[in-house]
Design a protein around this ligand. Structure first.
Ligand SMILES: Cc1cc2nc3c(=O)[nH]c(=O)nc-3n(C[C@H](O)[C@H](O)[C@H](O)COP(=O)(O)OP(=O)(O)OC[C@H]3O[C@@H](n4cnc5c(N)ncnc54)[C@H](O)[C@@H]3O)c2cc1C
Length: 484
């Protein structure tokens, strides 16, 4: 039996106790994986709502101005998944989510309201990658042959180099020489939606990895990596709700509205409030995780049982420094109610569920979504501003003007604009991200933890699952050390 599959059972036959701090997608994924591995899990979430940055906004938190009667939950931010999110989709399926009804699948489509831009044509949607992408490039409306040829050449170059490049290269550096149309209509929207970081500051190595997995990699089940998957249920029902039900059925203890204030070192584990645990997994944002590691005095303390497996107090100090050094980017989501001139609910051109917008500093949204096509009430639109700057009221004003102009909507009433100031870490070249292992029996999970992906749902879920498996494996090694 490998260490990672050994059940977490001590000699007295009772399951070992694990506290997971943070009920976002990484914490939920970690809790599920640890439960499968035999741990008795206790999950703490500071907010009353589960799901972290990918959560539904419920009840009193939805203080919208003119909420249409019967409006379903708004989300903290409009999210897109892709077919290449294999860990996330696999977990959702394991939890009993019906993927076909919960997600609307669309072939890659980055077209604007006037139909120009790049999209995999319907007739090539079942072609194997990268032939579907080739069809999209050759058929891109509004593109000249120079644009198409330059992108094909660059794609072949990146593929020949194994989709790798120097760690210190920016996306702007990687794409220098590509025609402006290719940058404006493909690279920039992809970079902003995947890395949420402006081109000049974004890591080319991470973008190439995303492109490799999304455009050329396999997808989950019958989906291909590049397929866009748009939620047709609110984010709470996409993963948090099913995960909580699965955990409760297996005896996990779930505490919403309980912020963990401090960690205390115990001879053989950790104490939170007055509860003792064999191990703790921090799945809260990096600064909060660093604060908790500090609260344990770990940066000053020797490993008391000598079972750190090479994780030293100076290592914990480095972990804290890396976690605290991460910079962040914002994302704004503007919800609005669209109406046609006759008062009927409006929508996106041709009944599309999603359309790209031409963005500029004074017209900051990159994408619009029609939630009416996604299980919501007719006419409810969501506009996404990645790497957003400035204040909420100004962003909302600019986005509404942009939408009226580019989508030709007669009437657009703002409902609510959510600005997440710390939506993602800034995914910059050569960034040193903290590891999952912090100290003996103390692990971290989250989209910011070292890994190949930018801050995404898939990065969070993978990190949660890997942290639970890493903890299990290290625990096995530690047990061996204790009995030597
Ligand atoms: C507006 C927006 C749009 C996005 N769009 C996309 C997208 O389209 N596609 C995509 O893949 N990703 C997207 N993302 C990124 C994605 O949402 C995140 O990568 C993911 O949700 C991160 O999950 P996490 O578990 O790592 O962290 P979090 O979701 O931040 O979870 C951490 C949790 O810890 C809790 N916590 C904090 N301190 C404590 C404490 N002391 N005690 C107990 N609990 C605590 C917090 O309340 C929180 O619930 C978007 C993010 C935002 C904000």
């Amino acid at each position: 039996m490998t260490p990672s599959s050994r059940p977490a059972q001590p000699e007295n036959g009772q399951a070992r106790r694990l506290a997971v701090v943070g009920g976002g997608w990484s914490g939920l994924a970690a809790a599920v994986r640890a439960t499968e591995l035999g741990w008795q899990v206790e999950l703490y979430e500071a907010a009353r709502q589960w799901g972290g940055r990918a959560r539904a906004l419920t009840g009193q938190t939805v203080q919208t101005r003119q909420v249409p009667a019967g409006m379903p939950e708004l989300d903290n931010g409009q999210h897109i998944l892709i077919g290449g999110y294999r860990a996330t989709l696999g977990l959702m399926q394991q939890l009993g989510v019906n993927l076909e009804s919960a997600l609307l699948q669309l072939p890659l489509d980055l077209r604007y309201a006037d139909g120009s831009g790049l999209a995999v044509p319907g007739w090539a949607a079942r072609w194997p990658p990268p032939l579907d992408l080739l069809a999209a490039i050759l058929g891109a409306r509004g593109w000249g042959w120079r644009d198409r040829f330059a992108l094909l050449q660059a794609s072949l170059r990146w593929r020949a180099a194994g989709f790798s490049c120097p760690a210190d290269l920016s996306v702007a550096g990687l794409c220098a020489g590509l025609p402006p149309r290719v940058i404006d209509e493909l690279i920039e929207p992809l970079c902003l939606s995947a890395l949420n970081t402006p081109l000049s500051q974004a890591s080319a190595a991470v973008l190439l990895r995303v492109l490799q997995d999304a455009l050329f990699g396999a997808g989950h089940g019958r989906w291909r990596g590049a397929d866009l998957l748009l939620p047709r249920v609110d984010l709470g029902e996409l993963l948090p709700g099913p995960a909580l039900r699965w955990l409760a059925d297996r005896g996990a203890r779930l505490h919403a509205g309980r912020r963990v204030v401090a960690l205390q070192r115990r001879p053989a584990g950790w104490r939170i409030e007055n509860q003792d645990y064999d191990a703790v997994l921090l799945a809260c944002p990096p600064r909060e995780a660093a604060r908790l590691v500090r609260s344990a005095g770990l940066d000053k303390m020797d490993d008391p049982d000598g079972l750190s497996g090479g994780l030293t107090e100076s290592g914990s100090g480095r972990w804290i420094a890396q976690a605290e050094a991460l910079a962040h980017e914002a994302i704004a989501t503007c919800y609005a109610q669209a109406r046609n001139a006759d008062g009927s609910p409006g929508g996106l051109p041709d009944g599309a569920a999603m359309v790209a917008l031409r963005s500029a500093p004074e017209a900051p949204a990159q994408f619009a979504f029609d939630r009416g096509q996604l299980g919501g009430p007719a006419g409810l639109l969501a506009f996404v501003v990645s790497a957003s700057q400035g204040e909420r009221a100004e962003i909302e004003r600019q986005v509404l003007a942009q939408a009226r102009e580019q989508l030709g909507l007669a009437s657009l009433q703002p409902l609510r604009t959510v600005v997440e100031k710390r939506a993602t870490f800034a995914c910059t070249p050569g960034l040193q991200r903290p590891d999952a292992a912090i100290a003996s029996r103390l692990w971290a999970a989250g989209d910011y933890v070292a890994g190949p992906y930018p801050a995404t749902l898939e990065g969070a879920v993978r990190s949660g699952q890997q942290a639970a498996e890493g903890l299990q494996a290290s625990y096995g090694l530690n047990q061996a050390a204790r009995h030597r």
